[in-house]
Design a protein around this ligand. Structure first.
Ligand SMILES: [Zn+2]
Ligand SMILES: [Zn+2]
Length: 132
């Protein structure tokens, strides 16, 4: 047998000297030395395990991004100016803080007057949620 004759291994498709091929019980065929020693199997397992090991990092990254987006939304919501309403005792009027410029003015929620902020002239939002 020519020791220098290299043949292809049916298991790993690699080439190795023909004389080193051995019958492997698991492969049920002759395989190259690295397959026979289980090296190829180990490599395959490593390759197979690698994406799995990397996977938990991905969702963690997504979570972080989600958390970040959520935080941004929360900040946005917090910074969204909103009309502040204080009831003026003994009257049907309320003290309304303009949601844009924060200027406080008396507002009649029944007649919906004034319709605009006297300071910045922005339209007073419809205070649907407001309850007297
Ligand atoms: Zn092989
Ligand atoms: Zn205003």
């Amino acid at each position: 047998m020519d020791d220098n004759l290299r043949i292809q291994c049916g298991a790993c498709k690699g080439f190795a000297p023909a004389s080193q091929f051995k019958l492997h019980y698991k492969f049920k065929k002759v395989v190259c030395p690295s397959c026979f020693s289980g090296r190829t199997e180990q490599e395959e397992r490593k390759k197979a395990a690698a994406p799995e090991a990397a996977q938990p990092k991905k969702p963690a990254g997504w979570d972080k991004e989600d958390e970040y987006l959520e935080k941004m939304i929360r900040i946005k919501q917090q910074s969204t100016p909103q009309a502040k309403i204080e009831k003026i005792p003994g009257s049907n009027l309320v003290k309304l803080g303009c949601f844009k410029c924060a200027y406080k003015f008396r507002y009649d929620p029944i007649r919906k007057m004034p319709q605009n902020c006297p300071y910045c002239n922005i339209e007073v939002p419809n205070l649907k949620t407001y309850q007297l």
